[in-house]
Ligand binder design. Structure first.
Ligand SMILES: NC(=O)C1=CN([C@@H]2O[C@H](COP(=O)(O)OP(=O)(O)OC[C@H]3O[C@@H](n4cnc5c(N)ncnc54)[C@H](OP(=O)(O)O)[C@@H]3O)[C@@H](O)[C@H]2O)C=CC1
Ligand SMILES: Nc1nc2c(c(=O)[nH]1)N=C([C@H](O)[C@@H](O)CO)CN2
Length: 241
């Protein structure tokens, strides 16, 4: 069992939903959690009061993101883990968006940004191992099946999945790199009943599990010193449906 007391963990998109649940759990376990968030909201002040270090980072704002990379390269403390949770579930046919913008945004958020953060944080992660350190990519079950309405999203998550194996090769033996690939975790507040029914029926277990299943998988990875380049599928049995 790894000792997470005072371990420094970075969680991107750590101020809402799944990321927030990961943030609160690791903070309670004695970690020093650093999060990135994009938009200001009341929860940020609450997290700061709880001792979470909150960095405002928009992956699509070049100067702001470059400053974040510089922080990871030169100022961050030794890191025990870097969790790539931040994401945007952009459909291909969003009325206000043309397809070129959609694919560019999806690749930026789910592929370019995690790639650049991994390279920037590598030295800090090597220093922060106890004995090993972790990078976790949160991808999506959809990379297995494809999607007809989130093609760019699925493609960019597939790229993130591929980088799991590549970075696992590059960073062994000091840094483990694994993916968590969920299907439905949490509905959006405005998802209607018909959509919820249809979505729940897609898996063998037929439930909306909530964020704890991701926390459980994350803690498993942090505590396992013999797994790298692999994927934990959290999909309620979508594959056997
Ligand atoms: N929810 C689900 O059912 C499923 C989720 N997943 C994956 O699990 C992870 C967590 O899901 P969920 O909690 O729903 O994620 P959300 O859709 O709630 O997004 C997580 C965070 O990403 C941040 N983010 C979005 N765009 C940017 C950007 N350009 N720069 C920096 N941060 C950004 C958002 O910040 P802000 O709020 O400030 O804009 C948000 O807090 C994601 O990787 C998701 O793809 C996979 C399958 C199912
Ligand atoms: N960044 C996000 N990615 C995904 C979300 C989300 O809310 N934010 N939601 C889903 C769906 O739950 C899908 O798995 C089932 O309809 C997928 N990705």
């Amino acid at each position: 069992m790894t000792n997470l007391e005072q371990a420094v963990v970075v969680i991107t998109g750590g101020a809402r939903r799944v990321g927030l649940h990961c943030t609160r759990t690791l903070q309670r376990l004695g970690c020093q959690v650093h999060i990135t968030y994009r938009s200001e909201h009341a929860e940020i002040d609450v997290l700061r009061a709880e001792g979470v270090v909150c960095h405002r980072v928009d992956f699509e704002d070049e100067d702001n993101f470059d400053a974040w990379l510089e922080y990871l390269r030169k100022e961050a403390p030794p890191l025990r883990a870097l969790v790539h949770n931040a994401s945007l579930w952009l459909p291909d046919s969003e009325p206000s968006t043309d397809f070129q913008t959609t694919i560019r945004r999806m690749n930026r958020i789910h592929c370019e940004a995690p790639y650049l953060m991994n390279m920037a944080a590598a030295e800090r992660l090597r220093l922060g191992g106890n004995p090993l350190s972790d990078i976790v990519h949160i991808t999506d079950y959809v990379i297995e099946k494809g999607s007809d309405h989130h093609i760019a999203y699925a493609a960019s998550k597939a790229a993130l999945d591929g980088m799991t194996r590549s970075f696992a090769k590059r960073f062994a033996p000091h840094i483990k790199v694994n993916s968590i690939a969920p299907s439905l975790l949490m509905f959006q507040a405005d998802d209607d009943l018909e959509y919820r029914r249809k979505t729940l029926a897609k898996s063998a277990l037929g439930v909306e599990p909530g964020p704890q299943v991701v926390v459980d998988a994350l803690l498993f990875l942090l505590n396992n010193d013999y797994m790298t380049g692999r994927v934990i599928a959290l999909d309620g049995g979508r594959n056997i449906r």
